[in-house]
Design a protein around this ligand. Structure first.
Ligand code: C2E
Ligand code: CA
Ligand code: CA
Ligand code: CA
Length: 276
C-alpha cells in the first residue's frame, strides 16, 4: 500500500514537475537571449483607414530559440513578466524600436515618417523607471517624441489606476502618444477613459473577428469609435483579416487599421522597403 501511494504521488507530480521544469528552463534560456541575438523585433504596418496610407508600425518581439525554434510571444512574454525579466527585455525592445524608427523615411503620400508603437507590460508600468527610460530612449535615438507610441493594456492601467493616470500624464508630457491596448476586454472600460487620459485605443481583435457575422460586435465597435471621437481619442482596429471587415471599419469611421489583410509583422529592413 505504501508503494502504491508513493507511485500515485509520483504519477500526479510528474506532469506538474514537467510544467514547472519547462518554465524554469524557459526562464533560464530567456536570460541573455537578447545578448545572444535570439530576440528580435518585427514590425506590423498600421494604415490610415480613409486612404490606406501607411502611418506607423507596431513593434513585436520574436524569440528564435537555438533548439526549440520560433517561440511565440504569447508563450514567453508571460514567463518574462512573471520572472521580472520583462523589465530588461522591455527596455531593450524600447531602445531598439526607437533606434530603428529614427531612420525610417517618409512613405509616399504620408507627409511624415511612420510612428513606432512599443508594447509596455504591466510590470514595466509599475517599475517606477519607465518615464526616465522613455526619455533616455528618445534622447539617445533622436526619435521625435510624437513618433513614439506606447501600448499599455487596459487591464494594466485599470488595475493601478491612481498611479497609472499620473504616469500617463507625464509620458504624454514628454510628447509621446499613449494607447490603450486590447480595449474592450477589460471591465467597465468606458468609465475609466474619463479618468485616464490617452491619445488612442486599440479595439481588441476579438471584436473584429466576428464583425461581419455578429451585430453586437459591430454595434459595440461603432459605439467605441463614436465615444472615443467625442473625447478626441483616436481608434485603431487590430486583427483585420478580410476586406469586408476593413470596409465596415471605414464606414464606421475607425481611424487606423492593422491586420493580416493589410500586412503581417515583418523584419525591419522589409518594413523599410515598404516605405519606398
Ligand atoms: P498584441 O499587443 O495584442 O499584438 C497583436 C498580436 O496580434 C500580434 O501577435 C500580431 O502578430 C497579431 N496579429 C496582427 N494582425 C493579426 C490578424 O489579422 N489576425 C490574427 N489572428 N492575429 C494578428 P504576436 O506578435 O504573437 O504578439 C502577441 C502578444 O505578445 C502581443 O499582443 C503583446 O501582448 C505581446 N508582445 C509582443 N511583443 C511585445 C513586447 O515587445 N513587449 C511586451 N510587453 N509584450 C509584447
Ligand atoms: Ca499591442
Ligand atoms: Ca492588442
Ligand atoms: Ca462576438
Amino acid at each position: 500500500a505504501k508503494m502504491a501511494g508513493k507511485n500515485c504521488y509520483r504519477f500526479y507530480s510528474r506532469t506538474m514537475d514537467q510544467a514547472i521544469e519547462r518554465r524554469v528552463r524557459m526562464e533560464h534560456d530567456l536570460r541573455g537571449a537578447w545578448e545572444r541575438g535570439e530576440l528580435t523585433l518585427v514590425y506590423q504596418p498600421i494604415y490610415r483607414t480613409r486612404d490606406r496610407v501607411l502611418v506607423g508600425a507596431e513593434s513585436l518581439l520574436r524569440w528564435n530559440h537555438p533548439e526549440d525554434g520560433a517561440i511565440a510571444p504569447s508563450v514567453f512574454i508571460d514567463v518574462a513578466e512573471q520572472s521580472g525579466l520583462i523589465e530588461a527585455i522591455g527596455l531593450l525592445a524600447l531602445r531598439n524600436a526607437c533606434h530603428e524608427a529614427a531612420s525610417w523615411p517618409v512613405p509616399a503620400g504620408a507627409g511624415e515618417a511612420p510612428f513606432v508603437s512599443v508594447n509596455v507590460s504591466a510590470r514595466q508600468l509599475r517599475s517606477g523607471d519607465l518615464l526616465q527610460q522613455v526619455a533616455d530612449a528618445l534622447q539617445q535615438s533622436g526619435l521625435p517624441p510624437e513618433r513614439l507610441h506606447l501600448e499599455l493594456t487596459e487591464t494594466a492601467v485599470i488595475s493601478d489606476e491612481a498611479n497609472a493616470a499620473a504616469l500617463l500624464a507625464r509620458l504624454r508630457g514628454l510628447g509621446v502618444k499613449v494607447w490603450l491596448d486590447d480595449f474592450g476586454t477589460g471591465y467597465s472600460s468606458l468609465s475609466h477613459l474619463r479618468r485616464v487620459q490617452v491619445d488612442g485605443l486599440k479595439i481588441d481583435r476579438s471584436f473584429i473577428t466576428d464583425l461581419l457575422r455578429d451585430p453586437d460586435d459591430l454595434a459595440l465597435t461603432s459605439a467605441i469609435v463614436a465615444m472615443a471621437h467625442s473625447m478626441g481619442v483616436t481608434v485603431v482596429a487590430e486583427g483585420v483579416e478580410r476586406a469586408g471587415q476593413f470596409e465596415l471599419l471605414r464606414e464606421r469611421d475607425c481611424d487606423l487599421v492593422q491586420g493580416y489583410w493589410l500586412g503581417h509583422p515583418m523584419g525591419g529592413p522589409e518594413f523599410v522597403a515598404q516605405l519606398g
